[in-house]
Structures are given as structure tokens and as C-alpha cells.
Write a protein that binds this ligand. Structure first.
Ligand code: 5GP
Ligand code: MN
Length: 344
């Protein structure tokens, strides 16, 4: 396992934890498996140390993560929930997980940043903000769950850890790597998996619990998206998929039902970049953008230049404030501008 902290940082982290009874873990907006798995793992680890720990998320998370141990205690932020506001006000330490800058907490940002309690970020995104009291930032790692695995080993938390936390950490890493099919070539990823398997987790069951949970609506929408809504640009080695809210209604889909659709066009021979454009389900006039690539194509650079976003090299996102037709035009322009990289 990797020694992730310097000696003085171990001491500092222990001091921060020792000084706090009430701890709140927060994650990014639209929490994914890495965000939820990381937060629940930390909730379990620190509860075993006798801390009062709550996980507060900015908005709803996908139903296929509800079975994760501890998920029943997750609090979803709502501006008029006074007990939740009290909980945030009374927090003595914040764990900021799977995000690099406060804005990624969206609805939660104001309440968290208004608190004077120390904030410890544990994350794997590039360019961490300088606002945190302590930052454990490891952009080379596949998931925040991996950062926590190394941290747990180094901090000695693994001694009290139980299978529940191991399940959450495995789910984190599995979700951020497409079940170890991308961004997962470092040997240390498998050191972590080896460590987690020793807690007796059933990784195949975790896979099924997370990924084989499709509703009929999702399967039919997937077929429709592939058949009707995917524009393949073979000469550009790219594909554009679009989804409107009326299509979501037509297939009676639920929150999270479109998870992973963006990866599908990458299965087409020669396709290096997939662009998924979906109308925001909450805010009209916003088109959410997801980008996925293979090899060295830099989705994050494309996202920053064309889609008001960022992220990782092979997986990034952003948003456009326009109609779907206009968004498709922006996507075409973005692809044109990157043709030299796509044709390599
Ligand atoms: P997704 O396509 O799953 O929504 O996002 C993939 C990755 O892109 C996320 O893990 C996150 O790192 C990044 N990302 C998504 N949306 C945004 C955004 O609006 N701004 C930035 N900076 N990054 C984003
Ligand atoms: Mn992540």
C-alpha cells in the first residue's frame, strides 16, 4: 500500500479527528458510486471509533447505491430542512470527499463553507482548491475510494474496519473505473482490491448489485438510444448521443437510469470519443454533457474549452445553456476542433 501522508500530516489528521465528535462527510452534486461509497466507508470507519458521523449529499443519488451498508442514514440536503441545517452548523469537522472545489457541492456549498469547522478534502480530481484546511489529493488514483484504502492502511484504520466498509470501498473503485475497464492500470489498484477481499467481500455480488439493476424502461431506452439517437461519425472516430426529457418520460425512466449510456458508443470499433447530451431533468434550458474517451484523448480539455466543465482525461462532463439542437452544433464544433487528436 502507498504511504499517502507525510509523518506530520498523519499527526495533523489524527489531531483533527481527535478534536471532533460530530463529523459530517459531504460529496459532489449528483453523487456517483465513488462519492457515495467513499462517504459511507468513512462513516463506517469513524463510527467504529465512536464518532457521530453523518453523510450529507447535495441532491439525490442513484437507487442502485441504496443497498450499500449505511446508505439508509444518508441525508439529502434541502434548504428548508432545519434539522439538517442544525446538523451542519454543529459539525466539528467536515470530510469533503470526491470533489476538489467547493462549487462542486452545489446546493450544499453555502452551508458547509459558512461553518468555521475544519475541512479535510480527500479526492482524486486535478487542481484541488486551496480553501481546505487539509487536502489529501491524489489525481493519479482511480477513485476517492482508492485514496481512502491507502489512507486507512497508513492511518491504522484497517484494524477495526469490517466487511461493510470494504464493500463500500470496492464499490467506489469499481464505479469510477467501469468495473476496472478504464483508468485502472496501476498495480496499486489491485493491492487495494486484495486488501478489501480479505474482509470477505463478494465482489461479483457487488458488481451485480450495482450494475445489473436495470428497469425495463432503462433497457428499452438503451435500445432506442443506440438505434435512433446515436449519431456515429466514423471519419471523426466519435459519436454523439442525445436525450430529451420527453424521451425520458416516454420510457418511464427513473433517476440514474441513463447511467453508463455514454460509454456504449466506445464499444464501436474505431470510436475514440463519445459525447452524451442530455436535457437537465431539473433545470430547463440546460443540457448536461458527458464525455468519455479511450487512450490519450483529453476529454477534460475538450470539456473546458467547449462545455463549461472539466474532469478526468477519459471521463469528463460539463453543461451548456442552450437548446438540444444548439448543443449538438457545439458538440460537432468541438469534435472538428479536435480532429487531429481523434485521427491519430
Ligand atoms: P459525468 O459524465 O459522469 O457526469 O462526469 C464525469 C466526470 O466529469 C466527473 O467525475 C467529474 O470529474 C467531471 N465533471 C462532470 N461535470 C462537471 C462539471 O460541470 N464541471 C467540472 N469541472 N467537472 C465535471
Ligand atoms: Mn471519483
Amino acid at each position: 500500500m502507498i504511504e499517502i501522508l507525510k509523518k506530520e500530516d498523519i499527526i495533523r489528521l489524527n489531531q483533527l479527528l481527535d478534536a471532533a465528535e460530530r463529523i459530517v462527510a459531504c460529496v459532489h452534486v449528483s453523487p456517483d458510486g465513488d462519492a457515495i461509497g467513499s462517504a459511507l466507508a468513512m462513516q463506517g470507519i469513524l463510527r467504529r471509533k465512536g464518532k457521530q458521523v453523518s453523510v450529507v449529499v447535495p441532491n439525490r443519488f442513484p437507487d442502485n447505491l441504496l443497498w450499500l451498508p449505511g446508505a439508509e442514514d444518508i441525508r439529502v440536503y434541502s434548504a428548508n430542512d432545519e434539522t439538517l441545517k442544525d446538523l451542519l452548523r454543529q459539525a466539528q469537522l467536515f470530510l469533503i470527499l470526491d470533489l476538489n472545489e467547493p462549487g462542486r457541492m452545489r446546493e450544499l456549498e453555502e452551508a458547509v463553507m459558512a461553518s468555521s469547522a475544519p475541512k479535510v478534502m480527500v479526492d482524486h480530481h486535478l487542481n484541488p482548491s486551496q480553501v481546505w484546511d487539509m487536502a489529501v489529493s491524489r489525481p493519479e488514483m482511480c477513485a476517492t475510494g482508492e485514496v481512502i484504502c491507502h489512507l486507512a492502511a497508513q492511518m491504522g484504520w484497517t484494524a477495526d474496519m469490517q466487511q461493510d466498509e470494504a464493500v463500500c470501498l470496492y464499490a467506489s473503485m469499481m464505479c469510477d473505473t467501469g468495473a476496472f475497464t478504464y483508468n485502472s492500470n496501476r498495480a496499486e489498484v489491485y493491492d487495494c482490491i486484495g486488501m478489501l477481499l480479505r474482509y470477505g467481500i463478494d465482489k461479483d455480488r457487488i458488481y451485480r448489485n450495482v450494475f445489473w439493476t436495470a428497469t425495463v424502461g432503462r433497457m428499452k431506452l438503451m435500445g432506442y438510444m443506440l438505434y435512433v439517437k446515436t449519431e456515429v461519425l466514423p471519419h471523426s472516430h466519435a459519436a454523439i448521443m442525445t436525450l430529451t426529457n420527453s424521451e425520458r418520460r416516454r420510457f418511464n425512466t427513473k433517476n440514474g437510469d441513463t447511467e453508463g449510456f455514454v460509454n456504449l458508443p466506445l464499444q464501436i470499433q474505431g470510436i475514440k470519443l463519445s459525447v452524451f447530451l442530455a436535457e437537465d431533468t431539473e433545470q430547463p434550458g440546460i443540457v448536461k454533457v458527458s464525455l468519455r474517451s479511450v487512450d490519450d484523448f483529453p476529454c477534460n480539455e475538450m470539456s473546458a474549452a467547449f462545455f463549461n466543465g472539466g474532469g478526468h482525461k477519459n471521463a469528463s462532463g460539463g453543461r451548456l445553456y442552450c437548446t438540444m439542437d444548439e448543443a449538438v452544433q457545439v458538440a460537432r464544433k468541438a469534435i472538428q476542433a479536435h480532429l487531429h487528436l481523434l485521427k491519430e
